[in-house]
Each structure stands twice: as structure tokens, then as C-alpha cells.
Design a protein around this ligand. Structure first.
Ligand code: FMN
Length: 407
């Protein structure tokens, strides 16, 4: 009798959650947990496309490791009962210093793809940057978000400048707030996981893919039920819209303009009146040049380690770049951000906001739109907890005084 009473007082069964995505999410405590759930749910080629990076993936690893080299110098007894995480981006308030980076082909992680991410971003009050290589179009994303949404558009510069002009015009028509020029991709980095698997977009069905499809029935059913995946912004443009399978490197290397130069930044300045962000800056002199060219913000980025293996990590560049441009324009930073404390570190070094790529993609791959909500929620909770534990009441108090940093 005694043993049963003891057992019944300690046994607590969790209520069974019938929805499999919700069930998985209930067990996720970190972005890394979302990554592991996505790894189980997605076919290996799709997961590797998202998770992988260039060559030996040294830069991919360094992006995260360099955050770990920074520690905090917390203030105690600082009355942290009230915390404020809001800041201003291009004159408008955002709830958190977080921007969703552009990532192409989101529909391979979840059928709603970019629509799910855009909706989640708006719910959280954050800017979302739609990629040129998205699988939902500029218009579709505008259609599922309200006038208050902060949709930005990422531009890859094609040789066909009329195509680029038409993309800008479509973004303007749909009231996109800013454009983000990605400048670290004159050629595509050598992503060896994709090469080994012969990864194409849309994924081609061979024996391997069939087997993978059977092993991941949820993903496969979603894919079969949805309309075919295309590069939705490029349909009808004649540059390869994804109606037939292409390797990413073939698409990029044959269509992207390798002659891109600072003159082109001027070309964009003449054609886009809203904010222009240059993404992929990796040196202080290039940052200064951005300011001279009238750019509105700099995104320090090595493309999540997917371009030049051996590139400097964005976190190590924040302080030198902010000093070199004397704070003239906002500096954003992406690569390796997996925790709210990483965002706090980036801000303490001088960044205005942090940008996230894989963090939300792992959420999308793990559980669709709810997974993106969860990823953003985890980062928000991590940031506020870090502020409470370091004694920072608002973002302006996240300064170098609160960290010990080798950079
Ligand atoms: C699957 C995937 C697709 C991406 N596609 C694009 C893209 O189309 N355009 C772009 O500028 N950057 C792209 N990026 C880079 C991201 O914008 C961002 O720089 C990077 O993901 C940041 O590193 P993190 O993933 O560690 O946060 C992509 C990254 C990933 C993981």
C-alpha cells in the first residue's frame, strides 16, 4: 500500500499531445533541440542543404565558437523587475533587436515556406527579409502580411539588369520597406554536402530520394500535396525558375553578375529610395566605403559559413567596424546566433540588431510556422533572461562594460 501511495504521489504522466508537430515542440528547449527535430523530420539532403556550409565548414563552426569566447561581467542587485527589449530600426520601433535573414528555398523545409516565416515575423513584430531565391513570391508574402509588416527584400544581382529592375519595382509596389544587397556571392561557395548528395532544386527524385521519402513520410506527403516548388520570384523570367531541377551552384555561377562592383551600389541608390543594407561586409575599409556610398546599414555576414571558408566571423568584426565608421550607420550581424545571449553579446559589442538564419529555419523544418514562432520565442526569452542576469534594463545598457571579449 505504502509503495503505491508513494508512487502515485511522484508519477506524473505528461498529457499525450496528438498533433505530432506540437508533441515534438513540447520537448524542445533550445534552438539546437529544434535542429535535432528538423534533422529527424527532413530527408538527409534537405537537412544538409540547410545545416551545411562551405568546404571544411571551419567558418560555420567558428561563427558559433567565437560567441562562446565572450563572457559576461554581470552587475548584481540592479533591480531588473522591468526590462525593455525594443529598439528603433530605420526610424520605426521593433519589439526585439532581431531581423530574419534571407534564406532561399524555404518550401523544402515546410510547404508554407516563406509565407510561414513572414507571418511569424510579423506576429513577433520583426523584419523579415525575403530572398530573391525564395519559393514564395514578393506578392504572395505581401498578401499574407499586413501593412504594418516589415518586409524587406534581398537582392542577388543578375546579369540581366532588367530583371533586377523589375524585382525592385515589384518590391516597391508591394511596399517592401528596405532592400538588402548580398555582396558575398559573386560565385557560390563550394558546399560539399550538397555536391556529395547531388542536391538540386527542386529536389530530384532518384532511388536515394525515394528511400529518404519513405523514411520521412510526413515531409514527403506535404511535398506531394503542395503545388510544385519554383523560384517564385523568377517565374517566367528566363533565368531558370526552378521548373526543371538545377544545382544551386550552376544557377548562381551562370546567372549572378560576377562583375558586381561599388558602381552597382550607386546604381541601386539611384533606383531605390528606401533603406539599402549591404550584406556580406567583412572588412573595416569596405564598411567605411558603404558609408561613403550612402548605404543605410551594414550587415556583417559570411553567409553562415556557406561562401568563403576561412572568412572572419561577424561577431569578431562588430567592434572594429563600429569604431571604423564611428557609428555613422547601424551595423547588423549574422552567423552562428543560436541563443538570446548571443544577441546580447552582439549588441554589447556595438551591433544595432542581430540577424538569424538557421535558427528560424530549424524551427520551420521541425514544426512549420509554429516552429518559427518557437525559435523566435526562445531567442526572446534568452535575451531577456541575459539582460536580467547581467543587470541591463534596456538595450542601451548592453555595452562593452558588461562583457569580457577578445575582439
Ligand atoms: C538554407 C540557407 C539559405 C540561404 N539563402 C540565402 C539567400 O538566398 N540570400 C542571402 O543573402 N543569404 C542566404 N543565406 C545566408 C543567411 O542570410 C545568413 O547570412 C546566414 O544563415 C546566417 O548564419 P546562421 O544561419 O548561422 O544564422 C542562406 C542561409 C541558409 C542556411
Amino acid at each position: 500500500m505504502g509503495i503505491f501511495t508513494t508512487l502515485s504521489s511522484v508519477l506524473r504522466f505528461r498529457r499525450f499531445i496528438w498533433n505530432s508537430q506540437e508533441r515534438h515542440l513540447a520537448t524542445a528547449a533550445s534552438i539546437n533541440d529544434l535542429r535535432l527535430i528538423a534533422k529527424r523530420r527532413l530527408p538527409a539532403g534537405v537537412f544538409d542543404y540547410i545545416d551545411g556550409a562551405a568546404e571544411d565548414e571551419l567558418t560555420l563552426a567558428a561563427n558559433s565558437l567565437d560567441f562562446q569566447r565572450i563572457t559576461f561581467r554581470p552587475k548584481v542587485l540592479a533591480d531588473v523587475a522591468t526590462l525593455r527589449t525594443n529598439c528603433s530600426l530605420f526610424g520605426r520601433e521593433v519589439r526585439l533587436p532581431i531581423i530574419l535573414s534571407p534564406t532561399g528555398f524555404s518550401r523544402i523545409a515546410d510547404p508554407a515556406g516563406e509565407l510561414a516565416v513572414a507571418r511569424a515575423a510579423e506576429r513577433a513584430g520583426l523584419p523579415y527579409t525575403l530572398s530573391t531565391m525564395a519559393t514564395r513570391s514578393i506578392e504572395e508574402v505581401a498578401g499574407v502580411t499586413s501593412d504594418r509588416a516589415r518586409n524587406w527584400f534581398q537582392v542577388y544581382v543578375w546579369r540581366d539588369r532588367e530583371l533586377v529592375e523589375s524585382l525592385l519595382e515589384r518590391a516597391r509596389q508591394q511596399r517592401y520597406e528596405a532592400i538588402m544587397l548580398t555582396v558575398d556571392t559573386p560565385v557560390l561557395g563550394r558546399r560539399e554536402r550538397d555536391i556529395r548528395r547531388g542536391f538540386t532544386l527542386p529536389p530530384q527524385v532518384g532511388l536515394d530520394t525515394l528511400l529518404e521519402g519513405v523514411r520521412h513520410p510526413g515531409w514527403t506527403l506535404d511535398l506531394i500535396r503542395a503545388e510544385p516548388i519554383t523560384f517564385a520570384n523568377l517565374v517566367g523570367s528566363g533565368v531558370g525558375d526552378g521548373t526543371s531541377a538545377v544545382s544551386l551552384s550552376h544557377q548562381a555561377n551562370s546567372q549572378f553578375d560576377q562583375s558586381l562592383s561599388w558602381n552597382d551600389v550607386r546604381w541601386f541608390r539611384e533606383r531605390w529610395t528606401g533603406p539599402i543594407i549591404v550584406k556580406g561586409v567583412q572588412r573595416t575599409d569596405d564598411a567605411r566605403r558603404c558609408v561613403d556610398e550612402g548605404v543605410d546599414a551594414i550587415a556583417l555576414s559570411n553567409h553562415g559559413g556557406r561562401q568563403l571558408d576561412g572568412a572572419p566571423t561577424p561577431v569578431s568584426l562588430i567592434a572594429p567596424v563600429v569604431a571604423a565608421i564611428d557609428g555613422a550607420i547601424p551595423v547588423f550581424c549574422d552567423g552562428g546566433i543560436r541563443r538570446g545571449s548571443d544577441i546580447a553579446k552582439a549588441l554589447a559589442l556595438g551591433a544595432t540588431a542581430a540577424m538569424i538564419g538557421r535558427a528560424y529555419l530549424f524551427g520551420l523544418g521541425a514544426a512549420g510556422e509554429r516552429g518559427v514562432d518557437r525559435a523566435i520565442g526562445m531567442l526572446e526569452e534568452g535575451l531577456t533572461k541575459t539582460m536580467a542576469l547581467t543587470g541591463a534594463h534596456d538595450l542601451s545598457e548592453l555595452t562593452e562594460d558588461l562583457i569580457s571579449s577578445p575582439y
